[in-house]
Design a protein around this ligand. Structure first.
Ligand code: 2AM
Ligand code: CA
Length: 260
């Protein structure tokens, strides 16, 4: 790991410990596909197991820090100065279907600003991480966003709509509109955390998605910013809408989207 601060080391250690159990659980999924009820319950259990290991490790070092995490919700809610933001499995539907594209996402926030972020894809063994002011990394290398400056040459990624979304039709329309108007190639891979990481690493040029939770993208925010990208959060707290790009195509993408 190229960043050596105590916070990054702690996040890395917690993530690696949790990933061992998550990889084992993913190996079990295939066997469960045949029974119809099994997988969904199993994934919830895997989510909780992963979350428990991460939180235990992080709180061992700092028992007073706040935690915001997908399954458990909030711990030490009164501490607004130091907070971990955790998504134990981002890309749950992929995981559930035995598709090897999901990640553990851990962020550290101080006074509402994300200072450290780490996103680990345990199946591809790919880790993306950053600390404010120290650059962004993929495995052992520095990463930068792509240099594309026109949507027509870009590869974009999006996601959603989520189950039960009231804006479902609008979200589909937007997907079609961007594809038609810009000629960009648009992909949907099913993990917000990895979408942000891939823009940071220059694999994608831009990303947008509606109605996310803060933990889906918290770690991705600092990783993408440190890689030279631009992150636009509309509605920052609840049902977050995000437009995140290599900076150069940001204005053009924003002008096509009606996201608010
Ligand atoms: P999750 O896998 O942790 O649920 C897929 O478009 C992205 O949206 C994933 O990162 C997924 O995170 C996130 N998402 C958040 N809420 C969701 C929901 N209710 N249904 C589907 N995806 C959701
Ligand atoms: Ca998520």
């Amino acid at each position: 790991m190229r960043l050596n601060s105590p916070k990054m080391n702690l996040m890395y250690k917690a993530c690696m410990k949790a990933s061992r159990s998550l990889i084992r659980d993913f190996g079990e999924i295939e066997k469960l596909q045949v029974s119809s009820k099994g997988p969904a319950d199993f994934v919830t259990a895997a989510d909780r197991r992963t979350e428990k290991i991460i939180i235990e490790e992080l709180l061992k070092a700092h028992p007073d820090f706040g935690v915001l995490s997908e399954e458990i919700g909030q711990i030490n809610e009164a501490n607004k100065n130091n907070r971990w933001i955790i998504d134990p499995i981002d890309g749950t539907i992929n995981f559930l279907h035995g598709i090897p594209h999901f990640a553990i996402s851990i962020a550290y926030e101080e006074k509402e600003e994300i200072l450290c972020g780490l996103i680990f894809d345990p199946i591809k063994d790919e880790i993306f991480f950053a600390e404010k002011g120290s650059g962004a990394f993929f495995n052992n290398s520095r990463i930068r966003v792509s240099k594309k400056n026109k949507l027509k040459d870009s590869v974009l990624v999006t996601g959603g709509p989520k189950f039960g979304s009231l804006k479902k039709n609008k979200i589909f329309e937007e997907y079609v509109k961007v594809s038609k108007l810009t000629n960009a190639a648009v992909r949907k891979f099913g993990s917000a955390a990895l979408a942000m990481s891939y823009v940071a690493a220059g694999r994608f040029d831009g990303y947008w998605e509606w109605e996310l939770n803060y933990w889906d993208i918290a770690a991705g925010i600092v990783i993408l910013k440190e890689a030279g990208g631009y992150v636009d959060l509309k509605k920052p707290k609840k049902n977050v809408n995000v437009v995140a790009t290599n900076s150069k195509i940001h204005e053009e993408l924003n002008s096509v989207l009606s996201i608010d």
